[in-house]
Write a protein that binds this ligand. Structure first.
Ligand code: DMJ
Length: 455
């Protein structure tokens, strides 16, 4: 299958030119380390493991596993993003452990999980965004207003941390994320919305910016997925998700003059009529959540999910490369297109194909596969270079320049979701797995039901 070949190509080039670095630079044929993972290496190895495994790229999976066994060093010093280490490293290791049963992935996940705990030592227990994995010192991002923590960062730990507690028998991980939930469920929400910045010292909001895209996105995703992963027992998460979505529908969902549905951003009550590529995951999330809503709400949410996904497809279809920009606006005459130069790039992001995959699995309408195939063709045409895949700097030209970066999430998410879009529904069935926000599958807990003798 084509997508399997793309994965092999992406992996082989990473292995040849950048093994042990975090990402491949496919034009200069070398590795990139960056400063997101605090001295940890091999982000692409860890992000690729489960994708290689499910695509049955056996030799390549063994190469990746050997690197984890022999070269993956956790005794590092440096400033890491708690969120990125959790979603890519812990998520990737946990998923691979659950798929293969091989202890090395579990023990590395647990060891790394322990190193993240000092970030929670704040007056409220809301973790800070940056942690030194060697010293345990933690602090807030310099760019986050007034020492605040970011909703999409501290709100995107729940799934992984529950598994860390289950696998280790140590309740500390679960306690940390349950405390985050407690703080969030109690704090006052302006018009029912969750702003993106919260003080880890006082537990109150620092700035009233609300977004279902960057800075907010996966917090909402983890509410509905926490409920699903608990086999629908975590009713608090479901209620928080339902209430948040109701406020989003009421205040942020808009229709453009040309009839495109979109989710705007909110700044202290004033709407910014733009959607980021990151916000395009919400079509899939809303469709997933809709499955479990009563009749009329289910239908309304399925329609909303389909409309948002269609708008995101338009952002691709209206570009010259048939790949979508980083952000697009809904100003008169330029609907679903990037009007700012700084928003025209595409860095191999997954969110649009992620929604195609969910909408396909939940409706089986052929258009989602057609749209996914358009992306495969565009990636081949504009992003594939001699030694891997690269992002492009401008989707509105058929001769784009490349950014020389093969992001690890391209292997973890973009290629995985494309592959699943063309697979049978029982490959990582939505009945049995939830995907973390980096597309690493975690099993739904059926244990209690089985114990009770139910199917
Ligand atoms: C990924 O690391 C995750 O999907 C995250 O939730 C958002 N950003 C990237 C992909 O775009």
């Amino acid at each position: 299958m084509k997508i399997k070949e793309m994965m092999k190509f992406a992996w082989d080039n990473y292995k040849q030119y950048a093994l042990g670095k975090n990402e491949l630079r496919p034009l200069t044929k070398n590795g990139h380390i960056g400063n997101m993972f605090g001295g940890l290496r091999g982000a692409t190895v860890i992000d690729a493991l489960d994708t290689l495994y499910i695509m049955e790229l056996e030799e390549e999976f063994q190469e990746a596993k050997q690197w984890v066994e022999k070269s993956f060093d956790l005794n590092v010093n440096g400033e890491a993003s708690l969120f990125e280490v959790n979603i890519r490293y812990i998520g990737g290791l946990l998923a691979t452990y659950y798929l293969t049963g091989e202890e090395v992935f579990k023990s590395k996940a647990l060891e790394l999980g322990e190193k993240l705990l000092p970030a929670f030592n704040t007056p409220t227990g809301i973790p800070r965004g940056v942690i030194n994995l060697g010293s345990g010192m933690s602090w807030s991002w310099g760019w986050a207003s007034a020492g605040s923590s970011i909703l999409a960062e501290f709100g995107t730990l729940h799934l992984e941390f529950l598994h860390l507690s289950e696998l280790s028998g140590n309740p500390v991980f679960a306690e940390k994320v349950r405390n985050i939930r407690r703080v969030l469920s109690r704090v006052e929400k302006p018009q029912g919305l969750y702003p993106n910045f919260l003080s880890p010292v006082t537990g109150s909001w620092v700035q009233h910016h609300v977004s279902i895209g960057g800075l907010g996105d996966s917090f909402y995703e983890y509410l509905i997925k926490s409920w699903l992963m608990s086999d629908k027992k975590d009713s608090e998460a479901k209620k928080m998700y339902d209430d948040a979505l109701e406020a989003i529908e009421k205040h942020l969902v808009k229709k453009s003059a040309g009839g495109l549905t979109y989710i705007a951003e909110w700044r202290g009550g004033i709407l910014d009529h733009k959607m980021g590529h990151l916000a395009c995951f919400s079509g899939g999330m809303i469709a997933l959540g809709a499955q479990h809503s009563p009749g009329d709400r289910r239908q309304r949410h399925m329609e909303l999910a389909a409309e948002i996904t269609s708008t995101c497809h338009e952002s691709y279809a209206r570009s010259d490369t048939k790949l979508g920009p980083e952000a697009f606006r809904f100003d008169a005459g330029s609907e679903a297109t990037a009007t700012r130069l700084s928003e025209r790039y595409y860095i191999l992001r997954p969110e649009v194909v992620e929604s195609y995959m969910y909408l396909w699995r939940l409706t089986h309408q052929p258009k989602y596969r057609h749209w996914g195939w358009e992306v495969v063709q565009a990636l081949e045409k504009y992003c594939r270079v001699e030694a891997g895949f690269s992002g492009i700097r401008d989707v509105y030209t058929t001769t784009p320049t490349h950014d020389n970066m093969q992001q690890s999430f391209f292997l973890a998410e973009t290629l995985k979701y494309l592959y699943l879009l063309f697979c049978e529904d029982d490959v990582l069935s939505l009945e049995d797995w939830v995907f973390n926000t980096e597309a690493h599958p975690l099993p739904i807990n059926h244990t209690d039901l089985k114990a009770a003798g139910q199917p």
